[in-house]
Design a binder for this molecule. Structure first.
Ligand SMILES: Cc1cc2nc3c(=O)[nH]c(=O)nc-3n(C[C@H](O)[C@H](O)[C@H](O)COP(=O)(O)O)c2cc1C
Length: 326
């Protein structure tokens, strides 16, 4: 029998929280892991002291498996290499690595698994899934229902089904549009061994999303999201699903600064069309910024704790009770 995501990652519940740049800091990741699922911080473009700071908080906040998410296509091979080295050097062995998309060079994958770390890679095509499974990664199949940047053009359960047929023995996790236990059940029925949630954790108390972003997700419907490419400053060339805004409706607007934010103590101006999400440290025209959001928002109705999100899904997912008591 193939292993569940919980068995592979050493957590009680086969539920992964997406490492969301800006939104998923150490507080959210540790809360999710301490509640029995696999939490993850968004590493995004952080490096050097800023990355060290978040890694330190992560290691201090939980002794359970927890992850660091990196995005190869955003940072490029040189910075990715430095980020990976830093995570491997500065974190204990129970910290796993999560990648959004497949890096050009498979050597990065080998370096992570060769260091004895678990590797989770999100993909949008069967070919990418096969490639990373060949390196022992947990494969996250992302469907177009997902909030955030989109790696492929298939719907979630379509991709899960194809990958399951091609990779009968691999650990496969479904992502995209999962906001309710029923949606999780459907993904498992399609062949997944666990699920990954992003949008459902945006509204957690521990998430760093701006309060207006959280209430827009909680009050939003899937039909109010759009797939667009307008929020391209900082991450060009990849389509993303966001809540519709005046910027997605009328993209012909001036590229002027519409706000300010702070990342690990450093101030930044936020231009219109920036790929950066509005966080609790962001001020300005929040309603014009990139509010990544999946179709799953239709099933999400209010702010809640990370532990409550995990509890709401745990009863329908594969679990490993013995891990809970260890
Ligand atoms: C606000 C937000 C930010 C995201 N940022 C990242 C990221 O930094 N890295 C990543 O691997 N995926 C990121 N994602 C995509 C998720 O990994 C995942 O594909 C998606 O959340 C699944 O669909 P759902 O939002 O309907 O649960 C983000 C998603 C959201 C909603």
């Amino acid at each position: 029998m193939r292993p569940s995501a919980a068995e592979v990652l050493g957590v009680p519940v086969s539920l992964l929280q997406s490492g969301m740049g800006g939104v998923a800091g150490a507080e959210l990741a540790c809360a999710v892991s301490n509640a029995g699922a696999a939490g993850c911080v968004g590493g995004y473009k952080l490096s050097g002291e800023a990355l060290s700071a978040i890694l330190g908080r992560l290691a201090a906040g939980t002794d359970r498996p927890v992850g660091v998410n990196l995005i190869p296509e955003v940072v490029g091979p040189e910075l990715l290499g430095r980020q990976v080295r830093q995570v491997l050097d500065e974190t204990p062995d129970h910290v796993y690595l999560s990648l959004f998309g497949v890096p050009d060079d498979d050597a990065v994958l080998e370096r992570i698994t060769g260091a004895g770390r678990h590797l989770v890679v999100q993909v949008g095509t069967p070919e990418d899934g096969e490639r990373v499974a060949g390196h022992g990664a947990v494969v996250v199949a992302q469907g177009t229902e997902a909030g955030g940047h989109l790696l492929g053009t298939s719907t979630r359960d379509e991709l899960v089904g194809v990958l399951r047929a091609r990779l009968p023995g691999s650990c496969l996790v479904a992502a995209g549009g999962i906001g309710s236990p029923d949606a999780a059940r459907r993904a498992l029925a399609a062949g997944a061994d666990g699920v990954l949630l992003g949008t459902a954790f945006v509204v957690a108390h521990e998430s760093r999303a701006h309060a207006r972003f959280k209430s827009a997700v909680a009050g939003g419907k899937g039909s109010e999201t759009v797939i667009t490419d307008v929020y391209e400053i900082g991450w060009p060339g990849r389509r993303h699903r966001v809540l519709a805004t005046s910027v997605t409706e009328t993209p012909a607007q001036a590229k002027k600064f519409i706000g300010r934010t702070v990342v690990e103590g450093k101030p930044y101006l936020v231009p219109r069309f920036s790929a950066a999400v509005p966080t609790e440290a962001t001020t300005g025209r929040i309603e014009e910024m990139a509010m990544y959001c999946g179709l799953s928002c239709s099933d999400i109705s209010g702010e809640t704790s990370a532990a409550d999100v995990v509890a709401a899904f745990a009863h329908v997912l594969p679990t490993v009770p013995s891990v809970e008591n260890s």
